[in-house]
Each structure stands twice: as structure tokens, then as C-alpha cells.
Design a protein around this ligand. Structure first.
Ligand code: NAI
Length: 355
């Protein structure tokens, strides 16, 4: 009997899985902790022990993963080859990404070091698509400027003229989970929606009154262009000076995907000449180290970002398109389930494995 009891204790100790959680924010912790509380006592065999760090994982901080079996990271943690080698040597066997994009992880290195990598492929495509349309509408109708004016009792309308969205041509680049929803929302505004994707889905397009086009045609014909593609070697600087030169005069560009899809200095040059009507960004190519943090009492050192912020027709949010209760809950659910599967030797959830 005593032996059995001792065996049970050993099993219990052995299957507590420790996770080092990087770049944690209050809202992450609240949702992950609530989920853990909800599972407490439901099954001893899936005990997870979270160690929350507010700094990011990189080769410089990797030693803090010591003692954990898994790391849980977000978009700006830097898992390059040296970092992966280091955490692997510390005994890390799993990387769980709390996001869909994975351009910050060297998957080749993860494979070489036999490190599993999982992500949350779709937590709320609606959240991101709605934010893309939201920042475009705010920019077009100058709602952010009007809000500030009215709070100072300035009720003048000068400088607040926008455009009807109805009747415009909207170009959606990338018709995956998010791009499709953005396309459908824009279509609801009585616009003509055209799309480009190297892997098109003609049945979906036909069902929603959307037409696929060649990329060059989309760039030439669109009044509003919204990016919904992953950052890869092929899509890096998809919108460069050449692409921008093909666009309509006074085009509006929306980017909620990844900053490096746009060549920012080329964008600034076009903004300076007045060729671009407006730019709505939730991402920026050098956002790492700037976005997600409060720098309001510091000198801004990034001259490109500083210049971008001076344009009256540019609106920037700090990579918050995903930030809804529904999305956070789904991120926590998928991440936790994959960790439980990892701890109990079960396969990861379908579609989440990257390496
Ligand atoms: P997805 O994988 O469902 O769709 C991506 C689509 O892009 C696919 O249909 C693919 O064929 C297409 N594509 C690939 N290369 C292309 C190219 N060169 N030109 C045109 N299309 C191309 O991805 P999902 O879920 O729609 O996400 C899109 C991106 O949104 C993610 O990669 C991520 O970077 C970004 N994202 C941003 C968030 C935020 O908070 N701002 C949150 C979540 C995702």
C-alpha cells in the first residue's frame, strides 16, 4: 500500500510540466490564470506550472528557461538559431507560440535541434479583419482627430472631409482566414472587392461576389489595399517603391499583417509627395522593442517611425488587431491544450504543428 502511494507521488511529480512564459502582459496572465484555475482539480495528470516573465525570449535571456520543459512566446520573442540551441541545451523540448505568425522562429534550426514548435493558427480572424476595417474607417473619416478636437471643445469640421467607402475598389492581398473576412466586410460596404492570392479559392470568391485578379492589376485598380499575407522571403517588401508606383493616386493602404511587408522608407517617400491618400498600420517593420510598451517619457530613437507619426494621413496602432477577449481566450485554450497533450504524450491539435 505504502509502495503504491509512493509510486503515485512519483508519477504526480514527474508529470508537472513547467512552462517559461515570455513577454507576458497583464491581459495574457489574467486569461491564462483563469483557464488554469478552471482546470484545477479536474485532472491531476495534466498539472502545468507557469513561470511568467515580462521580458522577451532571445539568446540573451534564454538562460531563464532553465528548469522548464516548454517555452511560451509571442510575436517579438526572437528564436533564432543561437537561441534555439541554447534553450534546447537547457532541456526545452517545446515552443508554444501564442500567435499565428511564426517569422520570428527559425524553423530550420528547430528541426535540426529536434525542438517541437506549435502555434495558434486562428484565434480570431474576425478580430484582426475587424481591426483592419476599423483603422481604415477611423483614418478615412478622421475619427481620431475629431475625437481629440471635440474633447477640447473644438467643434469645427475643417480638415475632416473623408470619402464614401461605397463604390470604391478594395484590393485584398492574401485570402486566407483573415483576408476572407476583411473582403466580406468590405463587400458589405457596397464596394467592388478584388483579391490576389497565389493559392486562390474561386468557390469562396464566387460565393461572396469577389473576383481574383493579378497582383499588378489589383495594385493599379484598387482605391484601398489591405494586406493579409504572412511574412516570408517572398512577401518581404511586397509593397516596395515599384509596387507603390503602380498604385492609384491617393490610394489607402492597410497593413495588419507584418511590418516588413511594406518598405517603410518607400512608403514615406510616397506619402511626402502626396501620392498616397492614407496609411493605416497595426504593424511596423521595426516594431520589436517599441510596440507593446509605454515609451511616453522617452526620446524616440527610430527616425523612420518618428517621421511616419508626423503625417496627418497615417494612423498607427501598436499590433493590437488580435486583442479581443475572444481571441485571448482561444489563444490560451489552444496553447494549454497543446501543453497538456505534450505532457501526456498525445499528438498536438490538428494544424498547430510547425516543427
Ligand atoms: P492564413 O495562412 O490563413 O492566410 C494567408 C494567405 O496568404 C494564404 O491564403 C496564402 O496563400 C496567402 N499568401 C501567401 N503568400 C502570398 C503572396 N505572396 N501574395 C498574396 N497572398 C499570399 O493567415 P491568416 O490567419 O489570414 O493571417 C494573415 C497574417 O495576419 C498572418 O500571417 C500574420 O502575420 C497576421 N496576423 C496579425 C495579427 C495582428 O494582431 N496584427 C494577428 C494574427 C495574424
Amino acid at each position: 500500500m505504502l509502495k503504491l502511494y509512493w509510486f503515485a507521488i512519483q508519477v504526480y511529480i514527474a508529470i508537472v510540466t513547467k512552462i517559461a512564459f515570455y513577454d507576458s502582459k497583464g491581459y495574457d496572465r489574467r486569461v491564462f490564470e483563469a483557464l488554469e484555475v478552471a482546470h484545477t482539480g479536474t485532472s491531476r495528470s495534466t498539472e502545468l506550472e507557469w513561470r511568467y516573465y515580462d521580458f522577451r525570449l532571445s539568446v540573451q535571456t534564454a538562460s531563464t528557461a532553465q528548469g522548464a520543459e516548454a517555452v511560451c512566446v509571442f510575436v517579438n520573442d526572437k528564436l533564432d538559431r543561437p537561441c534555439i540551441e541554447k534553450i534546447r541545451n537547457l532541456g526545452i523540448r517545446l515552443v508554444t507560440l501564442r500567435c499565428a505568425g511564426f517569422n520570428n522562429v527559425d524553423l530550420q534550426a528547430a528541426g535540426d535541434f529536434k525542438l517541437s514548435v506549435v502555434r495558434v493558427p486562428a484565434y480570431s480572424p474576425h478580430a484582426v479583419a475587424e481591426h483592419a476595417v476599423g483603422i481604415y474607417l477611423a483614418l478615412n473619416r478622421k475619427i481620431h482627430r475629431a475625437y481629440n478636437r471635440v474633447r477640447e471643445l473644438n467643434f469645427s469640421l475643417n480638415g475632416l472631409v473623408g470619402h464614401d467607402v461605397a463604390g470604391k475598389t478594395v484590393g485584398i492581398i492574401g485570402t486566407g482566414k483573415i483576408g476572407r473576412i476583411a473582403a466580406q466586410i468590405f463587400h458589405g460596404f457596397d464596394t467592388r472587392v478584388i483579391a490576389y492570392d497565389p493559392a486562390p479559392d474561386p468557390a469562396w470568391a464566387a460565393g461572396h461576389g469577389i473576383k481574383y485578379a493579378r497582383l499588378d492589376d489589383l495594385l493599379r485598380e484598387s482605391d484601398i489595399i489591405s494586406l493579409h499575407v504572412p511574412l516570408t522571403r517572398e512577401t518581404r517588401y511586397l509593397l516596395d517603391a515599384d509596387a507603390i508606383s503602380k498604385m492609384k493616386n491617393r490610394v489607402f493602404i492597410i497593413n495588419t499583417s507584418r511590418g516588413k511587408l511594406i518598405h517603410t522608407t518607400a512608403l514615406i517617400e510616397a506619402l511626402k509627395t502626396g501620392r498616397i491618400g492614407g496609411v493605416a498600420l497595426d504593424v511596423y517593420e521595426e516594431e520589436e522593442g517599441v510596440f507593446f510598451e509605454d515609451h511616453s517619457d522617452e526620446v524616440i530613437m527610430d527616425d523612420v517611425l518618428a517621421r511616419l507619426l508626423t503625417f496627418p494621413n497615417v494612423i498607427i496602432t501598436s499590433h493590437q488587431a488580435f486583442l479581443t477577449e475572444e481571441a485571448l481566450t482561444e489563444i490560451a485554450r489552444v496553447t494549454r491544450e497543446n501543453l497538456v497533450n505534450f505532457a501526456t504524450g498525445r499528438p498536438f491539435l490538428p494544424g498547430t504543428t510547425l516543427a
